[in-house]
Design a protein around this ligand. Structure first.
Ligand code: LER
Ligand code: MN
Length: 279
């Protein structure tokens, strides 16, 4: 299994200015970086690719719906969201990234005072099917991440994420499991992980129940690592945590107190814990 670090520990959005962070993540001892790609136009593909190669690092990409919505009743809104994800896929492919992951069905934080309806589900399947067509042509994987109920009303459980992926029915679309969200929404987070299964598990975010350093809280880590081993999971496990200093992300993820000294401290302690458990 490869261990990555999301650059959100140091930046709210990956741009050319963030390239030195690749060096930093390599020096901390990670196998790769995860790019928070919210504005694909701001990525300097050549320089970023070179920095990855120079440091011998792999990469993944995390994005969110920054414009429109794949489940909107309005076709133009749906297309705007699809166009954003497709652009992210194209840039990610150019960077040589293995996977584009995240809540690709609805904007983070969008709540409408009710649960999802059948029309929204239908739109999600159709929009993500269009995204899957591009992913298949580019040969890049897409991970669909269920989020907790305070961040989305559309997809909260792994079971629903599996069903959504089954309906999209693509070799290149699978489930993205995040320990933080599963801890809130699943009755048994490890059984939920098990049920996703090896074939459908495309990406993992490792994050403690308070969104701080993995291993310092009550996420059932021992059972989690055992299950990944049973599944023979060999894709990326990425540390996703936040620090109050990155104001836009702190606001989006509701980080109101420090969870570590700073991003470096969090990354270093998280990596030590994950390496001790997965090698
Ligand atoms: C959001 O809570 C999350 O977990 C991310 O992976 C998406 O930005
Ligand atoms: Mn996540």
């Amino acid at each position: 299994m490869k261990i990555g670090c999301d650059l959100m520990l140091w930046t709210g959005c990956f741009t050319r200015k963030g390239i030195p962070l690749i060096d930093r993540v390599a020096k901390l001892g990670f196998d790769g970086v995860e790019f928070p790609m919210f504005d694909p136009k701001a990525v300097d593909v050549r320089a970023t690719r070179k920095a990855l190669q120079d440091n011998g690092l792999g990469s993944t990409v995390c994005t969110v719906i920054v414009t429109g919505s794949p489940i909107s009743p309005n076709a133009r809104e749906r297309q705007a969201a699809i166009d954003h994800v497709v652009r992210v896929l194209e840039v990610s492919k150019e960077l040589g990234s293995d996977c584009v992951a995240g809540p690709l069905y609805s904007p983070v934080g969008k709540l409408v005072g009710r649960g999802r309806n059948a029309a929204e589900w239908k739109h999600a399947v159709a929009s993500l099917r269009k995204i899957a067509d591009v992913a298949e042509i580019l040969d890049i994987n897409v991970g669909i991440e269920p989020l907790n109920r305070f961040e989305t009303y559309f997809l909260n459980t792994c079971e629903d994420a599996v069903r959504l992926c089954d309906e999209i029915s693509s070799t290149h679309v699978g489930v993205h499991y995040d320990t933080f969200h599963a801890n809130i929404e699943e009755k048994d987070p490890t059984a939920a992980l098990q049920r996703i299964g090896r074939k459908r598990l495309f990406h993992v975010h490792a994050c403690e129940n308070d969104r701080g350093v993995p291993g310092t809280g009550h996420v059932p880590w021992r059972a989690f690592f055992k299950t990944l081993k049973q599944l023979k999971y060999d894709r990326w496990m990425t540390i996703e945590s936040f620090v109050p200093a990155i104001k836009e992300l702190a606001a989006a993820a509701a980080i109101w107190r420090p969870l570590a000294k700073d991003g470096d401290d969090l990354a270093r302690r998280a990596l030590r814990f994950l390496r001790a458990n997965v090698g």
